[in-house]
Design a protein around this ligand. Sequence first.
Ligand SMILES: NC(=O)c1ccc[n+]([C@@H]2O[C@H](COP(=O)([O-])OP(=O)(O)OC[C@H]3O[C@@H](n4cnc5c(N)ncnc54)[C@H](O)[C@@H]3O)[C@@H](O)[C@H]2O)c1
Length: 315
Amino acid sequence: MPGQAKRVLILGHGAMGHAFESLLRANHEVAVWDRDLVTWQETQPLEEAAHDRDIVIFALPTNPHDELAGRLAACLPAGRSLYLSIAKGLDAQGRTPAQIFEHHFGLRIGWALLYGPMLARELQAGLPGFAMVASADRAVAAECVALFQGTHLLLEPLDDPHGAAWAAIMKNVYVPLIGAADALALGDNLRGCLITEMLREMSAILERMGGHASTAYTLAGLGDLVTSSTGASSHHRRVGADLAEGRTGHLSASGANIRTEGVHTLEMVRAHRPFDPEQFALFDLICHFIDEPASLNQRLADYLDHRFRREPSSS
Ligand SMILES: NC(=O)c1ccc[n+]([C@@H]2O[C@H](COP(=O)([O-])OP(=O)(O)OC[C@H]3O[C@@H](n4cnc5c(N)ncnc54)[C@H](O)[C@@H]3O)[C@@H](O)[C@H]2O)c1
């Protein structure tokens, strides 16, 4: 049974904006806001578009989150609206969508993040999508679940927004490595090993960043990692395959392009150092792979050697 009808504003009318619009419009009153593709002017002033909305969904990259969340927090009364983001990258200051929302909305205004296997084209085709709705506030998570009731996007609440944000971000960092290994025909066995190693490292990074290690094993981590690693048309898988095969054009693209969100994250972590990249061997390997794609075979061999074939210590 669908919940109560809400007035929803979707920011960004790209692949996910369109998918969410078609999911929600049967049961809710949905409006969209974006920039004009030619002039880059706002289709309508944001403050005007948002003023009577119960729920605002950020269906755009992480980079504009800070500006847009700041404008909304300044103009909308506390407690009136709820904010949702699905963006998976870091912004130019190295912040996650969870950090940006916490900064602008804090405990004053409800906010949540939606992460999991929910490819836009599958949602548009009527196939099911799955996501964790991550919020520090259970009532907010329940409101999000109610919003999507009666649709084929199936949600599960999670009380770890910071962990979920890092799980989604790390997924985009790791998947190019799977795409590269597959392009080089390094084997199904290696793929299984790498995905296991990625989950182990993702758990450690989530904990380092103030999240729960267990969030890596939810739809936001494992679920999305498997979908992107194995999906034939996965953007991030393609990036890795292209690099392994000598096509390096993406590296000059901006992080606003979702194809390059993983590469952009590597650059932001190196620039802002929310954690020490050298302490996480797979993360470090992927940084070196992006710098020097031809070195991948040797780096993978060194990684596996270090991980599995080291002489046992004498102690
Ligand atoms: N495509 C998917 O299947 C999918 C699934 C889950 C999550 N996501 C995440 O959702 C986010 C958006 O992905 P997408 O595939 O819809 O991207 P997209 O490129 O198709 O659409 C992004 C939209 O945001 C708008 N936009 C960008 N910067 C803006 C700004 N400063 N002001 C106003 N509008 C702006 C663009 O005009 C565009 O319409 C990404 O972070 C992505 O990782 C995507």
